[in-house]
Design a protein around this ligand. Structure first.
Ligand SMILES: Nc1ncnc2c1ncn2[C@@H]1O[C@H](COP(=O)(O)OP(=O)(O)O)[C@@H](O)[C@H]1O
Ligand SMILES: [Mg+2]
Length: 333
C-alpha cells in the first residue's frame, strides 16, 4: 500500500552571521545550513498494517508524513501510496488518504463541528446516504453525539481530536497518517482515541502510520515499528523484537532498607549508579533502588536482596520501552 524508496528531504536555511557586518557580507555571500530531515528512507507497508513511526524530536517523522501526503516535496527519492505519487497531488489521491496533525487544527474554530463535516461532504462530493452512514457510525464510536453542535473552540482538547478524526475519516480513506494524535490529551481521552483507532483499523483494514510520544499508543496499537533518528531509518521490524533487544532484562525495584546492606563504594552515601553485588544499581530521588538484571537472574537476585536485610517492598518490572529506544538512539552517533 505504501512504498517508500530512498526518500530524502534537505532543508536549506539561510545562516546569518552575527552583527551588522555579518548581515552586509551575507547580502553577497549567502551561507546556508543544510538539514537532512529525511535521509535515504525506504520501507514498504502492506494494506491494513498499523505501523508505529518513532524517533526523538526533530528526527524527521512529520517531514516524512508530509511528503507522503504531498504537502512537501522530497529532495530526492520516491513514494507511492496506493499506486499514487503524492507529489502529483491528484484529486483521486486526496480521496483515499487523510493526514491528522495533532498539533494543528483543521476544523473551523468558530463553527460547530457538524458544519465542517457538511463542508467536507461538499468538497468530497459524498452522496448524502453514504455521508450520513459514515458520520453516524464515527460519532457513535467516538461518543460525541452531544457535541456536534458545539462551537469547536468550546470543545475540550479530547473532544476536538475526536472531531478531527471524524473529519479525517468521513470520506473513508484507505490510508491514514496520524502525527501525534493523542498529544496533550488527558488519559481518558487518550484511551478512547486509542481504542477507536484499533477498532477502526481492524474493521476497515485501513493502513495506518502513526507517530506518538506515548509508548502506550505504540504498544497497544502497533505490531511493527519503524524508528528514525536524525533522518535515518535505524530500525524496522516487530515491536516485540525491539523490546527484547532491551535484553530479556528486567528491573528489580526495592525500597531502601534492603540495599542499604549492599556494597555501596561510599558506605551509606550512595552514588546515583554503582555496580553493587546485585548488578548495576541506581538510586532514585524517592529513595528507591533499582537493579537491572538479565531475565534469567531475576529470581536469584531477588532472593539475594530479600536475604540481605529487611525489605519494605519489592517489584519486578520489564525495562520500559522508552528506555530501550533511548538506548538505541544513544548507541547511534
Ligand atoms: N520547513 C522547515 N525548514 C527548515 N527546517 C525544517 C523545516 N521543517 C522541519 N525542519 C527540520 O527538519 C528536522 C526534522 O523535523 P520534523 O520532521 O518536524 O521532526 P519530528 O516530526 O520527527 O519531530 C528538524 O531538524 C527540523 O528543524
Ligand atoms: Mg513532528
Amino acid at each position: 500500500m505504501i512504498e517508500v524508496r530512498h526518500l530524502t528531504r534537505i532543508f536549506r536555511t539561510y545562516k546569518k552571521k552575527p552583527g551588522f557586518w555579518g548581515g552586509v557580507t551575507g547580502l553577497f555571500h549567502r551561507e546556508f545550513e543544510e538539514t537532512a530531515a529525511a535521509k535515504d528512507i525506504s520501507f514498504d507497508i502492506a494494506e491494513g498494517e498499523f505501523v508505529g513511526f518513532l524517533g526523538p524530536n526533530g528526527a524527521g517523522k512529520t517531514t516524512t508524513l508530509k511528503m507522503l501526503s504531498g504537502l512537501i516535496y522530497p529532495t530526492s527519492g520516491t513514494a507511492r501510496v496506493a499506486g499514487f505519487d503524492p507529489t502529483k497531488r491528484e484529486n483521486a489521491y486526496r480521496r483515499i488518504f487523510a493526514l491528522v496533525l495533532g498539533q494543528k487544527n483543521q476544523l473551523w474554530w468558530d463553527l460547530p463541528a457538524i458544519e465542517s463535516f457538511n463542508l467536507l461532504r461538499a468538497i468530497y462530493g459524498l452522496p448524502a446516504d453514504q455521508f450520513k452512514a459514515s458520520l453516524d457510525e464515527l460519532v457513535k464510536l467516538l461518543d460525541v453525539e452531544k457535541k456536534l453542535n458545539v462551537m469547536v473552540r468550546e470543545l475540550s482538547l479530547g473532544e476536538r481530536m475526536k472531531m478531527e478524526l471524524i473529519a479525517a475519516l468521513i470520506h473513508r480513506p484507505r490510508v491514514l497518517f496520524l502525527d501525534e494524535p493523542t498529544i496533550g490529551l488527558d488519559v481518558v481521552s487518550q484511551r478512547a482515541v486509542r481504542q477507536f483507532l484499533r477498532d477502526y483499523n481492524r474493521r476497515y483494514k485501513v493502513t495506518i502510520l502513526l507517530t506518538s510520544h506515548y509508548m502506550a499508543d505504540i504498544k497497544e496499537l502497533c505490531e511493527r515499528v519503524i524508528v528514525i533518528h536524525k533522518g535515518v531509518k535505524i530500525y524496522d521490524g516487530a515491536l516485540a523484537q525491539l523490546e527484547n533487544a532491551g535484553g530479556a532484562r528486567k528491573k528489580i525495584i526495592t525500597f531502601e532498607p534492603a540495599l542499604a546492606a549492599a556494597d555501596s563504594p561510599q558506605g551509606n552515601a550512595f552514588p546515583e549508579t554503582w555496580k553493587s553485588g546485585f548488578g548495576t544499581t541506581t538510586r532514585a530521588d524517592d529513595g528507591k533502588f533499582t537493579v537491572c538484571v538479565p531475565g534469567e537472574n531475576v529470581v536469584s537476585v531477588s532472593q539475594e536482596i530479600l536475604s540481605a536485610g529487611p525489605v519494605a517492598d519489592i517489584t519486578i518490572e520489564d525495562v520500559p520501552l522508552e528506555d530501550v529506544i533511548a538506548e538505541l538512539f544513544t548507541s547511534q552517533k
